[in-house]
Design a protein around this ligand. Structure first.
Ligand SMILES: *[C@@H]1O[C@H](CO)[C@@H](O)[C@H](O)[C@H]1NC(C)=O
Ligand SMILES: *[C@@H]1O[C@H](CO)[C@@H](O)[C@H](O)[C@H]1NC(C)=O
Ligand SMILES: *[C@@H]1O[C@H](CO)[C@@H](O)[C@H](O)[C@H]1NC(C)=O
Ligand SMILES: *[C@@H]1O[C@H](CO)[C@@H](O)[C@H](O)[C@H]1NC(C)=O
Length: 400
């Protein structure tokens, strides 16, 4: 449709583009001499400022296939669904996300790394950000086969792309705040073994000192704020300025306080030119029970839009409702700040079919851990997150 329409307006668009380019380049020549600026501005013109990549639908497109395979050196075994022979991978990866009000192009790894030359991109958060990182590294690896694993103090894992002098890395900090195990000195009747002390006002060591190293930072947290990870024998106890917060906070209130503190730390410490993003919660798809109650995700296609509320709306009390609850807190914490939302929840809610499920690459993994309906197969859904992330990065980099 777009193509047909454009045939009559093309001459006008070209003229308009030339005028804009002329104006931009004359303005730019005053302020900047970087060679790639006008390219970035061109991308700006192309994108409508109101575009919401998160509103759209999945369409089946058998010609659409991943740009990396099972041999990417950055894979983690349990997410390497091709190697683990997950059923249906060809179908799973033949769905394309199509936003309603704009086009989402696939990342072009060579072009992207060229524009990112001498820059660094950091992810901070839990294993769902690591899942995201691995997707990103595997995609970028196709543009620089000489990519090396990158490791330094505080960095959990990452990659360095020597052709472009770009580092992309992940810092594991599941709660973002510092937390430490403290065994109880007085074991009592209540079964309490100790507490995890969370200092709500102190960022975790793994990222406290890295904020100046990165040109782009992508934060997340959410999957550890529950009683599975911290049951009543080993609960979270929240401290501020070194003293316990009283009365003790519920887990969700603790999350809110930590979000507010982390957000103000980022606003204070991260350089203004850094692109700051917060990825919204990645939804889980446990069907028929929690992860430890035989919850499963053996689906062979995306959910329908009209099923989503049943799965995820908190009022329906389903096992996967926490994604929207966490998002609500994130939105509140980010209001009025310079940190932008990287919205991936809605488009991901559809993809009950895209988790590793029982194909985890280890014989007894399902018996011990249950199905994995939380992380995503790679190649897979996070590749679409990468497309959106790369658009946002390129659109924001030079705006300051
Ligand atoms: C974009 O769309 C998603 C999904 O409908 C919605 O949750 C979000 O609030 C929208 N974002 C903006 C900035 O309007
Ligand atoms: C690589 O990038 C860093 C910034 O991330 C810069 O300090 C360094 O000088 C660059 N190295 C080369 C060889 O250009
Ligand atoms: C972070 O940097 C500060 C100031 O340089 C230093 O005192 C602190 O020990 C560092 N923390 C970590 C965990 O590296
Ligand atoms: C899970 O399935 C196994 C095998 O079918 C069964 O023995 C067990 O009771 C189930 N557990 C729950 C919590 O439903």
């Amino acid at each position: 449709m777009k193509l047909k329409l454009s045939s009559s307006v093309i001459p006008w668009l070209i003229l308009l583009t030339c005028i804009l380019l002329y104006l931009y380049s004359s303005v730019l020549s005053f302020y900047s001499s970087t060679a790639n600026s006008s390219f970035i501005r061109l991308r700006d013109i192309r994108k409508s400022p109101t575009c919401n990549f998160s509103e759209g639908r999945w369409i089946r497109d058998p010609s659409y296939q991943p740009i990396y395979g099972a041999n990417c050196p950055f894979h983690r075994n349990s997410w390497n669904c091709l190697r683990n022979k997950r059923e249906n991978m060809r179908n799973i990866n033949s769905w394309r996300w199509v936003p309603d009000s704009c086009s989402l192009s696939r990342i072009h790894p060579v072009e992207f790394l060229g524009l990112m030359r001498n820059k660094n991109i950091g992810f901070v958060g839990d294993s769902l950000n690591e899942n995201f990182l691995v997707s990103f590294l595997c995609i970028l690896h196709t543009a620089d086969e000489g990519a090396k694993k990158w490791k330094r103090k505080g960095a959990w894992r990452g990659g360095y792309f020597p052709k472009f002098n770009v580092t992309v890395a992940y810092h594991r900090a599941v709660l973002l705040a510092k937390y430490d195990w403290q065994p109880t000195k007085f074991p009592g009747q209540d079964g309490l073994k100790g507490i995890y002390r969370v200092d709500v006002d102190v960022p975790a060591n793994d990222w406290i000192n890295i904020t100046k190293f990165y040109d782009v930072l992508v934060f997340n947290t959410g999957h550890w704020w529950n009683h599975d990870k911290f049951p009543k024998e080993t609960p979270l106890v929240f401290y501020e300025k070194g003293k316990p917060l009283l009365p003790p906070l519920k887990v969700s209130d603790g999350l809110q306080v930590v979000l507010n503190n982390v957000v103000s730390y980022i606003e204070r410490e991260v350089l203004p030119r850094t692109v700051k993003l917060w990825r919204t919660q990645s939804p889980r798809h446990f069907y028929g029970g929690e992860w430890n109650q035989n919850g499963s995700c053996l689906f062979d296609g995306p959910l329908d839009e009209n099923q989503l509320d049943l799965w995820f709306h908190p009022k329906n009390r389903g096992v996967n409702k926490e994604a929207r609850e966490v998002n609500h807190l994130i939105q509140q914490a980010l209001q009025g700040t310079s940190i932008k939302l990287l919205e991936v929840s809605h488009l991901s809610e559809f993809r009950a079919d895209a988790h590793p499920a029982i194909w985890l690459g280890k014989q007894d993994a399902v018996a011990i851990w249950g199905q994995d309906c939380m992380h995503w197969c790679l190649p897979g859904l996070p590749d679409t997150w990468v497309d959106i992330l790369s658009e946002i990065i390129l659109n924001n980099l030079e705006r300051g």
